[in-house]
Design a protein around this ligand. Structure first.
Ligand SMILES: [Zn+2]
Ligand SMILES: [Zn+2]
Length: 306
């Protein structure tokens, strides 16, 4: 197969847009997509300090690398925040490589841990929780968001960038639909709307238009030493089933993922409007962090694992 543009050997066939790309044209095309997402959604302002939620995995490595590339022209300051959830034989083994990756890019890496910040490792939470219906991913998502937000605030970051790719966004959209939890959809989008409170650092997703497969290919072609392993708790999640369904549809009907994303983006403003009027921001009575409830989700989950 040859590149549709230059006739060189193709590294990927993008069935959803009917063209094949060589290595150079592929890398350029992905970077263009990211720049377009940033520009169209006004994600970055000149001179901002961006904290990247960094795990050492393919998505966040690609995000860190591409933001660093953009940082010079836009006078951005880039930092990385890594959450050590305390997952044996998974996170512990990937941290040295993550440190090295940041070092090579000249980016300061901040490491926060569940053990220190929450009081327990994720391994302990999963084995010791009273409510067996709660899976590892429930704790992980809530606590990770909390710790990243707190660290970002502490280092004075203007925004948090997270490496959610197209597949992640589409899985979130579908999972919310299937759970009947449409208002949670207000967190989806290039600029994740949490709530307007100065204690929440706004979250941006520059990779949301890049398919997961292309994030992986980008890292391989760039020769990044990244961790392609899956979290050992991932298979427990509802998302996993949603992912299979969506991948199956994409294979049969190329372009499905983009359609789901674009359709959702059209109704997102209405969802956000409803979420805004519904969710009044209060202070959590336990930890004083902003929340729309009396006790925030993190504090509620903390109680369950004590
Ligand atoms: Zn080419
Ligand atoms: Zn709280």
């Amino acid at each position: 197969m040859k590149c549709t543009t230059c006739e060189k050997k193709a590294v990927i066939e993008r069935i959803y847009e009917g063209r094949a790309l060589c290595k150079d044209h592929f890398l350029k095309s992905v970077e263009k997509t990211i720049s377009k997402t940033i520009r169209d959604n006004n994600l970055l302002k000149r001179g901002e300090h961006i904290a990247v939620g960094f795990s050492g995995g393919k998505d966040s490595s690609m995000l860190l690398h591409t933001l660093k590339k953009l940082s010079k022209a836009r006078a951005l300051k880039i930092s990385a925040i890594l959450v050590d959830e305390g997952i044996k034989n998974y996170r512990d083994v990937s941290i040295p490589d993550a440190k090295k990756f940041c070092e090579n890019l000249g980016i300061k890496l901040h490491i926060v841990s569940f053990k220190k910040g929450i009081g327990k490792t994720l391994d302990d939470m999963v084995t010791k929780n009273k409510d067996k219906t709660l899976k590892g991913c429930t704790y992980c998502g809530v606590f990770r968001r909390k710790l990243i937000n707190e660290k970002a605030r502490e280092i004075g970051a203007d925004k948090v960038a997270i490496g959610h790719n197209l597949d992640d966004e589409v899985q979130s959209i579908m999972a919310n639909y299937l759970r009947g939890d449409i208002l949670r959809g207000s967190r989806i989008g290039a600029k994740a709307f949490v709530a307007e409170d100065k204690k929440f650092v706004p979250r941006i997703k520059p990779l949301r238009d890049v398919p997961e497969k292309e994030c992986a290919l980008y890292c391989i072609l760039k020769g990044f030493n990244v961790d392609f392993g899956e979290c050992p708790y991932a298979s427990e999640s509802f998302r996993w089933s949603v992912r299979d369904v969506v991948n199956d549809l994409e294979e049969k009907y190329p372009g499905t993922k983009f359609s789901i994303l674009r359709t959702f983006d059209r109704i997102l403003p209405a969802i956000q409007k409803t979420a805004k009027t519904k969710g009044k921001i209060e202070k959590c009575t336990s930890c004083n962090e902003p929340t729309s409830r009396a006790i925030c989700k993190a504090c509620e989950l903390k109680k369950l694992i004590q």
